[in-house]
Design a protein around this ligand. Structure first.
Ligand code: TYD
Length: 134
């Protein structure tokens, strides 16, 4: 079995002159069932979210409004994803280090997660993460 990779997933887009519409059906569009949803908003200029990884949790991140960058490290190298439209998102498998920066004004980060919040699922030390991936 191959290890799942971080990747952009395109969402359905219903174009309409009244305003476009996109949607996510957990089991149809994502490789996990959605258990929890949270969002990050009112981000002050120049702010960033420190990096961490999850032992078991999978995530899908959408720029609902504005833009930001998700910097991803799977243990072999770093990739910067610029998230700027709400009709695609970034899938992150478990054991993926990620941080978020370069927030635009009024950006909203929507995160769909495969599990309930669990502080013990976080890995906050990058050296420990790299050792676990080795
Ligand atoms: P956290 O995920 O630690 O943010 P970051 O790693 O970017 O600093 O979340 C910040 C705080 O919010 C933390 O005290 C826990 C709380 N929190 C919840 O209670 N439930 C949640 O679903 C999330 C995502 C965070």
């Amino acid at each position: 079995m191959t290890t799942p990779q971080a990747r952009i997933i395109e969402l359905p887009k219903i174009l309409d002159e009244r305003g476009n519409l996109s949607f996510i059906e957990g089991s149809n569009h994502l490789p996990f069932d959605i258990r929890r949803t949270y969002w990050i908003y009112d981000v002050p200029g120049g702010m960033f979210r420190h990096g961490h990884a999850f032992r078991t949790q999978q995530e899908f991140i959408v720029a609902l409004s504005g833009s930001f960058d998700v910097v991803v490290n799977d243990g072999t190298g770093e990739t910067r994803y610029h998230m700027a439209r709400s009709y695609y998102g970034l899938y992150l498998p478990a054991m993926t280090w990620r941080s978020i920066d370069n927030f635009s004004t009024n950006s909203v980060v929507l995160v769909l997660s495969s599990s309930d919040y669990c502080a013990d699922d976080y890995i906050r030390d990058f050296e420990q993460f790299k050792q676990m991936k080795a």
